[in-house]
Design a protein around this ligand. Structure first.
Ligand SMILES: [Zn+2]
Length: 70
């Protein structure tokens, strides 16, 4: 099951959740109980699944492509 990283905008905590891909975009609640969270981009190793991300991302004049510009 893929793992997703979230960050709470209320307290700034980051946390991980394991959930089915079908629920990847469902809202997550901070361990402290705050509902105002955002899903972070993270490297998720999923075997056997089709990755639909463009392989050319980050090859140009961007920053790091890993979310540091966010
Ligand atoms: Zn929180």
């Amino acid at each position: 099951m893929p793992r997703y990283d979230f960050r709470c905008r209320a307290c700034g905590a980051t946390f991980e959740l394991r959930r089915p891909m079908a629920q990847a975009n469902d809202p997550a609640v901070c361990p402290q109980g705050h509902p105002d969270t955002v899903k972070l981009l993270s490297t998720v190793a999923v075997t056997g699944g089709a990755v639909q991300q463009a392989p050319s991302a980050g090859g140009g004049g961007g920053c790091c492509g890993g979310g540091c510009c966010g």
